[in-house]
Design a binder for this molecule. Structure first.
Ligand code: HEC
Length: 109
């Protein structure tokens, strides 16, 4: 009984120590504003008229480096987008850029 508890506890710690996937980080820290699908169909999305990350033109207009910089340092155009460099590892921020790319909607046929 005790052994099982300790095992569960160490599993939990392993996850919070950085084994989280980009999808988990997105869900935990980004989706509240950007939405699970990046479309920003959220209260915050409406209030701040946030961009729809699933749009191909949105995706095309931004380089990976630009997305990475906003994640690390916040958005100079909108202070609601906070810097995450003290909350995430560089690897997590890189992975989030890749995750944002997966939010792109498929091109219409
Ligand atoms: C409190 C709400 C909020 C949270 C939480 C949040 N963002 Fe943002 N984010 C914004 C707002 C507002 C903007 C600026 C408006 C826009 O670009 O849609 C923005 C902008 C961005 C941009 C730049 C968009 C552009 O147009 O170039 C990126 C990239 C981004 N966020 C990624 C993230 C990631 C990754 C996370 C989680 C680690 C996150 N955001 C968490 C509100 C938030």
């Amino acid at each position: 009984m005790m052994k099982r508890f300790v095992l569960l506890l160490s599993l939990g710690l392993a996850t919070s120590a950085g084994a989280e996937s980009a999808a988990d980080v997105w869900k935990a820290k980004c989706a509240v504003c950007h939405g699970g699908d990046g479309k920003a169909q959220t209260k915050m999305g409406q209030k701040a008229s946030m961009g729809d990350m699933s749009r191909p033109d949105w995706q095309q207009a931004r380089t990976d480096a630009a997305l990475r910089k906003v994640i690390a340092e916040g958005d100079p155009r909108n202070s609601l987008m906070k810097p995450f460099k003290d909350k995430l590892t560089p690897a997590q921020m890189d992975a989030l850029v890749g995750y944002i790319r997966t939010l792109k909607a498929p091109a219409p046929p």
